[in-house]
Ligand binder design. Structure first.
Ligand code: URP
Ligand code: ZN
Ligand code: ZN
Length: 482
């Protein structure tokens, strides 16, 4: 049996094991894992390197207009290239429905943005902002196309009501789809922000106290309750509070079909970063806002314990100029500054350096958090997120010892919120379906060489749910519920 490519001499790391082996790749797939693979047309020498599944970036905003109508600086070309330099071989950006738009139109719009440009394989999470009955009726069709996750907001102008949220959860749940939620209580935020501004507290730093942790805690609790009532699985994006993470852990401990993530900005930055001279703090405005060091420590504990299943970037790139942060002008309050920060290329190096190198998490936990859990939760296993026979050869080869300082990235941004941080460990080669996407600091793949990934339904095996007695026919007088 001959191979197109062999990766030789590396230390392989999966979500559960670390061992020395060679990998043989044929027609884009892993076909051999053996002590020695000697018959290959092309060889990558992985001596002194760690070989792991390529990262899967499952929360990023690419070629997407924000709720305020501001387009991200990254399109599918720069966004996928930056992700690849950061060790990812697959990503799942959002396809955001506009008010009045059908889901077919939404998907067509994003296909037009992704197909010609992406160097990575990709899928979408669909953002629902206008869940009319017609739109809900379209959901199963989207699901059949392999887009098996939907996101809703509990805040922003694009938020859904609790009743709409229940309808979406219910349809998604019946079809094996996963509903994702940005959980913050809109009215609490709006009330606080109005008081801040009325009091003359308009500088970027006031963004943090205008969005209290309590607003996230309340919304996470409500989202989990709504998902229980709808008997549907739920994923909570960008958890930024200790209590929020505890609510997730508690629901999971009781069998709840609940998953959640946090993001590097909540592990590595604090609200003090918002308190910079002039408008510099605008670079650190994201929602939920940056918190404090004790919250960082609590979130690390939940990452370690597994109650937070992913560390995703929430890459939401708006430049520090009038195309991005200052789209509404320069003399503005924190409320008018575009929300979001970049980080798609920093996510894995930061997690490796601060997590694995500093002994907070094992190498196997790193693989789970960066790749395998995303593949499992979002219906891509065993094709993605795995070093196994038959899997796509989506592979990241890391130098665990290179030490470098975060600086300019390959995205279309004009700042890096993590600039200056010392990092140990760096991805050197990233493969997607066996082709080199980046290799030793060079981009190899062509724009448009990525492919859409059709995803499977959510697998809730092992998460029996938290039944609500009023839905049990023996306890609700046999009520008929459509
Ligand atoms: O501030 C952020 N995170 N902006 C992007 C949109 C969102 O809420 O994820
Ligand atoms: Zn969000
Ligand atoms: Zn986001």
């Amino acid at each position: 049996m001959s191979h197109n490519l062999a990766i030789r001499g590396g230390l392989l790391a999966t979500a559960t094991e670390t061992f020395r082996a060679d990998i043989g790749i044929r027609d884009g797939r892993i076909v051999t894992i053996a002590e020695a693979v000697t018959d290959a047309e092309d060889v990558i020498d992985a001596t002194d390197r760690i070989v792991m599944p390529g990262g899967i970036e499952a929360h990023c905003h690419i070629a997407q207009e924000s709720g305020m109508g501001v387009m991200t600086s990254d399109d599918y070309q720069s966004g996928s290239i930056s992700a690849a330099f950061g060790g990812n071989s697959c990503f799942v950006p959002f396809a955001a429905q506009k008010t009045g738009q059908s889901l077919a139109e939404t998907m067509q719009t994003y296909d037009g943005r992704a197909v010609p440009k992406s160097v990575l394989d990709w899928s979408y999470h669909l953002i629902l902002t206008d869940p009319t009955p017609d739109v809900l009726a379209e959901l199963p069709e989207v699901f059949a196309k392999g887009v098996t996750s939907f996101k809703v907001f509990m805040t922003y102008a694009t938020r859904v009501s609790d009743a709409q949220f229940l309808d979406i959860l219910s349809v998604a749940g019946r079809h094996g789809a996963l509903t994702m939620v940005h959980a913050e209580n809109h009215d609490m935020l709006d009330w606080m922000a109005r008081r801040m501004v009325e009091g003359g507290n308009v500088a970027p730093r006031y963004h943090a106290p205008s969005r209290p942790g309590l607003a996230e805690e309340e919304a996470i609790n409500r989202a989990i309750s709504l998902a229980r009532l709808a008997q549907a699985p739920l994923f909570i994006v960008h958890v930024s509070t200790q209590v929020g993470a505890e609510l997730v852990a508690n629901a999971r401990a009781k069998g709840g079909q609940v998953w959640a993530e946090t993001c590097p900005q909540y592990l590595f930055l604090t609200r003090e970063d918002l308190d910079k001279p002039d408008m510099e703090g605008a670079k650190f405005i994201c929602s939920p806002p940056l918190r404090d060091t004790s919250t960082q420590a609590a979130l690390w504990q939940h990452v370690q314990a597994g109650s937070l299943s992913l560390v995703s970037s929430d890459h939401a790139p708006y430049r520090y100029d009038e195309t991005g942060k200052f789209n509404a002008g320069h003399d503005i309050s924190f409320r008018q500054i575009a929300n979001g920060m970049p980080g798609i290329e920093m996510r894995l190096p930061l997690l490796f350096s601060e997590g694995v190198t500093k002994g907070r998490i094992s190498l196997n936990q790193f693989v789970a958090l960066s790749s395998t859990n995303a593949a499992q939760i979002y219906g891509m296993l065993p094709r993605k997120g795995s070093l196994s026979i038959g899997a796509d050869a989506d592979i990241a080869i890391w130098d665990p010892n290179e030490t470098w300082f975060a600086d300019e990235m390959h995205d279309a941004m004009d700042y890096n919120p993590f600039a200056g941080i010392k990092v140990t460990g760096r991805p050197v080669t990233v493969l997607g379906r066996g082709r080199r996407i980046v290799d030793k600091g060079e981009l190899i793949a062509e724009p448009g060489s990525g492919q859409f990934v059709k995803r499977a339904p959510v697998d809730s095996t092992g998460h029996p749910g938290q039944p609500v007695p009023e839905l049990d026919p023996t306890q609700n007088f046999g009520a008929i519920l459509p």
